[in-house]
Design a protein around this ligand. Structure first.
Ligand SMILES: O=P(O)(O)OC[C@H]1O[C@H](O[C@H]2O[C@H](CO)[C@@H](O)[C@H](O)[C@H]2O)[C@H](O)[C@@H](O)[C@@H]1O
Length: 335
C-alpha cells in the first residue's frame, strides 16, 4: 500500500501534503544561543541526535580513516535549492565546481528521482555516475563484479570514451508508466498549477503551485487513477506525489548496487557518504545504517524523522561540506 493510501485511510491527508516540504526555518550554527523558544528547543534536541556535519567534520573524518570515500548525492534540495518550477532547479556554477572537484578525488554518483537524462543535463558533469528514477535507471561502469550477470542489464553504451552499462530493474514498466502519465495529464488538466513530470520510470504529480484548497482534489484524482494500476505504487515527496513501479527497488538498493559495480562493497575499506533531503533518500540512509558503515547526511532546515546520522541546513552547507572533504585530501588525506 502506498503512503498516500495510509494517509487516506487515516484521514490526515492534508497534514501529510502540508508537511511534505516544510517552510524554511533557518537555524544557523548559532543554535546554542541562550534564548531558546519552543521550536528551538525541539530543534536543539533533534540536532543532538543528528549533529551538523559541518561542525562534526573531524568526527566524520575519523570514520573515514584508512578508508576510501565514495560520495552519493541527491539532486533537488541537495545540490539545487527547492524552487517552484522544477525546470528551473539549477545548480550554481560554484556548486558544480565543488561536485566536480569531489569527483576528481572520490567515486561520486548522483541518485535522483528525476530521469537520468534530465539530471545529467542539469548537472552537466561527465566525471560522475548517475542513477535516475529513484535508482531504477543506473548508468554504471563496466566492471567484473558479480552484478554483471544480473538480468536487468539492458546493454552497453559509450559516453565520452568510457564504457558504460545501463541497469534498469523495472524496464518492463516503461509502457505502463507512459500510459499512466498520459492519464494523469488528462485527469489533472482542469486544476490550475498541477504539473505532471515524466521521470521515465516514475511519474511525478507536482502540487506546489496548486491552491491549497485544491490539494485534496489532486490527491483524489491520483488515487482514483491508480486504482487501475495495481502494479504501481504511490510515494510522497516534497509537494509531489510520485507514481512508480511496485518493485523492491529504491535509492538504498541503488547505492548497494553501485558500490558493487564500482568494486567498493568492502565495508572495512570503503566509507560511503550519502547526502539527501527527501523521503526517498531515507531508503539510502537506512541501507547505510544497516550496513553499519557509512555516513548519512540529511539536508533540512526543520527537524524531521530520519535514519540519517548527521544534518546540513541547505544546499549552500552541502557545498561547504563538499569543499571541506576536498580539503582533507589536500591536507594529506584521511590516512
Ligand atoms: O531525488 P531528488 O533529486 O530530490 O528528486 C525528487 C524530486 O525533485 C524534484 O521536485 C522537487 O524539486 C522541485 C524543484 O525545486 C520542486 O518544485 C518540487 O516541489 C520538489 O518536489 C523533481 O521535479 C521531481 O521530479 C523529483 O522526483
Amino acid at each position: 500500500m502506498g503512503k498516500l493510501d495510509d494517509v487516506f485511510s487515516s484521514g490526515c491527508w492534508l497534514d501529510a501534503m502540508r508537511s511534505s516540504s516544510p517552510p524554511r526555518k533557518k537555524l544557523s550554527m548559532g543554535y546554542m544561543e541562550p534564548a531558546l523558544d519552543g521550536f528551538d528547543a525541539t530543534y536543539l534536541a533533534w540536532m543532538i541526535k543528528h549533529p551538523p556535519a559541518l561542525i562534526f567534520l573531524d568526527q566524520i573524518r575519523k570514520q573515514a580513516k584508512n578508508k576510501k570515500i565514495a560520495i552519493f548525492l541527491d539532486y533537488d534540495g541537495t545540490l539545487s535549492p527547492i524552487v517552484n518550477d522544477p525546470e528551473n532547479a539549477l545548480m550554481s556554477s560554484e556548486m558544480r565546481l565543488a561536485v566536480k572537484n569531489v569527483a576528481k578525488l572520490f567515486p561520486t554518483a548522483i541518485i535522483t528521482g528525476r530521469s537520468c537524462d534530465k539530471v545529467h543535463r542539469l548537472v552537466g558533469l561527465t566525471e560522475l555516475y548517475y542513477a535516475g528514477s529513484h535508482g531504477m535507471d543506473i548508468v554504471c561502469p563496466v566492471t567484473h563484479s558479480n552484478n554483471d550477470n544480473h538480468p536487468s542489464y539492458v546493454g552497453q553504451t559509450n559516453m565520452q570514451g568510457k564504457e558504460l552499462k545501463l541497469f534498469q530493474p523495472a524496464r518492463e514498466f516503461l509502457p505502463m508508466i507512459d500510459h499512466v502519465l498520459q492519464e494523469l495529464i488528462r485527469n489533472t488538466k482542469g486544476i490550475q498549477g498541477v504539473a505532471v513530470e515524466n521521470n521515465k520510470f516514475c511519474a511525478s504529480v507536482h502540487y506546489r503551485n496548486v491552491d491549497e484548497r485544491n490539494w485534496f482534489t489532486v490527491a483524489q484524482i491520483v488515487h482514483e487513477t491508480l486504482k487501475d494500476y495495481p502494479l504501481l505504487r504511490l510515494t510522497h515527496g516534497r509537494k509531489v506525489l510520485e507514481i512508480r513501479p511496485a518493485v523492491d527497488w529504491n535509492k538504498g538498493k541503488a547505492v548497494e548496487f553501485m558500490l558493487h559495480s564500482l568494486d567498493l562493497c568492502d565495508s572495512a575499506s570503503v566509507l560511503p557518504i550519502y547526502i539527501g533531503d527527501d523521503a526517498s533518500d531515507e531508503d539510502a540512509f537506512r541501507f547505510l545504517r544497516e550496513r553499519k558503515c557509512g555516513v548519512g547526511i540529511l539536508v533540512t532546515s526543520a527537524p524531521k524523522e530520519t535514519k540519517a546520522s548527521y544534518s546540513l541546513n541547505d544546499p549552500s552547507e552541502v557545498m561547504g561540506f563538499l569543499k571541506a572533504i576536498v580539503n582533507w585530501e589536500k591536507m594529506g588525506g584521511v590516512r
